[in-house]
Write a protein that binds this ligand. Structure first.
Ligand code: TPP
Ligand code: DXP
Ligand code: MG
Length: 587
């Protein structure tokens, strides 16, 4: 398909030169371009396909970038990027050195707010709107576009609650496709479903009750209806809310049908939509499945076991347990804070709660972890997925801060298994009953095994293992870095000791004392920021007791790591196999 119009749109200014009757064609070309790019280079798909008409209409009516357009999460903003000067660089999306998969303030003046985590758009847009008011600019528009799953989060409600008592020039657009990554959940979702079928007695409109002017629901694929609604809403002052209905995956049949799969499908055939299988290493089980399959197995033998996920049943693989035990496995929506305190509540009543959260999203629930779990020493098990570098999602999503922020918390045990067997056995050990909260962090992607057997072993809390004895240099690896360290030692071929520390906290001080007697140099290697990390704990323990030992901590530097494939990033940021070899050889 020739992109007759799109090819000439290098900024929204160009779009605004077109007559309104051409916009449907622009939308068609834009959708086609997104499908073609994502099919070849990967990335998020369904959300951007569903917001094509919305994107075109927004940039047509509003005076971006002076009018402030804020996308929630930002995975639906591919159309926005393409219309705002990034069509020619879009093929670099999410690659190292290329454009980011999410709006980013350093990338473009049209990206008014950096995103990646959900439910921030209303607060950010309100902040901008009140700033404009204070500057005396009452004309500038501030538009937050938020999805139906993201608006159900506590943070979005905090923003609505504040906006409703302001006179801010704020327009919230609810892009309602009735699904997040997985189907949306909760009472608000039920309310929105009713609103769409026309059941909306005025007094029961939640949004109007919060003092917003409410318009909708309208068809979010009808550009002309969208333009009309925006023009009308522009004339109204104060907080306004437009409810728009869209279809995730719109325009690519398989993506409309299998919306979960096509949220971010990987590469696919742009005509048929058929996805391609990655042939290499295909049989290895993903870490998320080691969790998901083990927790299902354990739950089958212990009815006290509960699973909790904040909106990531597929990504975390808790879905296996949800399918079999819908009453004991909960998707609580995008609500990390609630997920943690809800788990704490269940733990007070003697349930064995396994709450699975991506490392990066766990950041949201730090106070709940300290105040509601650790302070009360409640034995909740946090299965922290996507720990370490996650790859192409980039800075907003890398799980690299968890070690530093977790190790400061009293009562908490923090484990970082290096293989599927240890992850499985830690889950098993926790299921036998623990007396304090436990975090088990594990990485994104494939594990080291093809099959999961069901022989379980107890792992004593805080116990490290010696993988290989040596002389002079001992390398202490944490979690997935074990594999790179093994490769480095294999390459060097001389006698280097290798220890899989398994726990950040408590430290295995017994083994550390033994190591200190044998070696003159210790290298710690962790897939997280080195500042405040595991290596620093080792250093702090050993430096007073064994001041003669040289200790080098390898980890990520004190910067935000950008997007790119995981290996490239590890190599660039000093955690490649070669870096480990070099450090060992410095001896
Ligand atoms: C705080 C946080 N938790 C979880 C996620 C993972 N996540 C990304 S998109 C998404 C679903 C968003 O759904 P919705 O807001 O309805 O937007 P849609 O994808 O349907 O356009 C989730 C759970 C996230 N980005 N941020
Ligand atoms: C936008 C977002 O936050 C999610 O879609 C995220 O990209 C999922 O990451 P995984 O691919 O690791 O499940
Ligand atoms: Mg949605």
């Amino acid at each position: 398909m020739k992109a007759e119009y799109l090819e000439n749109i290098n900024s929204p200014e160009d779009l605004r030169q077109l007559s309104q009757d051409k916009l449907t064609l622009v939308a068609q070309e834009l959708r086609h371009f997104i499908i073609s790019m994502v099919s070849e280079y990967g990335g998020h798909l369904g959300a951007s396909l569903g917001s094509v008409e919305l994107t075109v209409a927004l940039h047509y009516v509003f005076n971006t970038p002076d009018d402030q357009l804020i996308w929630d999460v930002g995975h639906q903003a591919y159309g926005h990027k393409i219309l705002t000067g990034r069509r020619n660089t879009f093929h670099t999306n999410r690659q190292f050195g290329g454009i980011s998969g999410f709006p980013s303030r350093v990338e473009s003046p049209y990206d008014t707010f950096g995103v990646g985590h959900s439910s921030t758009s209303i607060s950010a847009a309100l902040g901008m709107a009140i700033a404009s008011e204070l500057e005396g600019n009452l004309e500038r528009q501030h538009i937050a576009v938020i999805g139906d799953a993201s608006i159900a989060s506590g943070m979005a409600f905090e923003g609505l609650n504040h906006a409703g008592v302001s006179s801010a020039n704020l327009l919230v657009i609810l892009n309602d496709n009735a699904i997040g990554i997985d189907p949306s959940v909760g009472a608000l979702k039920n309310y929105l479903t009713k609103a769409k079928i026309g059941y909306k007695p005025k007094q029961s409109n939640i949004i109007e009750a919060l003092n917003f002017t409410y318009v909708g629901p309208i068809d979010g694929h009808d550009i002309h209806a969208l333009i009309k609604a925006f023009e009308n809403l522009k004339k109204i002052k104060g907080p306004r809310f437009l409810h728009v209905m869209t279809k995730k995956g719109k325009g690519l049949k398989p993506a409309e049908i299998e919306q979960v799969k096509y949220h971010a499908p990987g590469k696919f055939d742009k005509i048929t939509g058929k996805t391609f299988q990655n042939k290499t290493d295909d049989k290895k089980i993903k870490y998320q499945d080691v969790f998901g399959k083990t927790i299902l197995h354990l739950a089958q033998h212990d009815e006290k076991i509960i699973g909790v996920t904040p909106a990531m049943p597929t990504g975390s693989s808790l879905k296996y347990m949800m399918d079999v035990f819908p009453d004991r496995a909960f998707d609580v929506g995008i609500a990390e804070q609630h997920a943690v305190t809800f788990s704490a509540g269940m733990a007070t009543r003697g349930f064995k709660v396994f709450c699975t959260i991506y490392s990066t999203f766990f950041q949201r629930a730090y106070d709940q972890l300290i105040h509601d779990v650790a302070l009360q020493n409640l034995p909740v098990v946090f299965c922290v997925d996507r720990a370490g570098i996650v790859g192409k999602d980039g800075a907003t999503h890398h799980g690299v801060f968890d070690i530093a922020f977790l190790k400061a918390i009293p009562n908490l045990i923090v484990a970082s298994p290096s293989c599927a067997k240890d992850l499985k056995n830690l889950l098993y050990t926790a299921s036998l009953g623990i007396k304090q909260p436990l975090v088990i962090r594990y990485p994104r992607g494939k594990s080291d095994v093809n099959d999961l057997n069901i022989d379980f072993e107890n792992i004593p809390m805080g116990e490290a293992v010696c993988l290989k004895e040596g002389e002079d240099v001992a390398v202490l690896s944490l979690g997935k870095m074990r594999k790179s360290v093994s490769k480095a030692i294999e390459y060097i071929g001389k006698s280097i000791g290798h220890y899989d520390m398994r726990f950040v906290k408590p430290l295995d001080t017994e083994i550390l004392d033994e190591i200190a007697k044998t070696y003159s140099k210790i290298i710690t290697v962790e897939d997280a920021i080195v500042s405040g990390g595991f290596g620093e704990s080792v250093k702090s323990y050993l430096s007073t007791k064994h001041p003669q030992i040289e200790i080098v901590s390898m980890g990520l530097p004190d910067v935000f790591i950008p997007h790119g494939d995981t290996k490239t990033l590890l190599d660039k940021y000093g955690l490649g196999v070669k870096d480990i070899i070099d450090e060992i050889q410095k001896t």
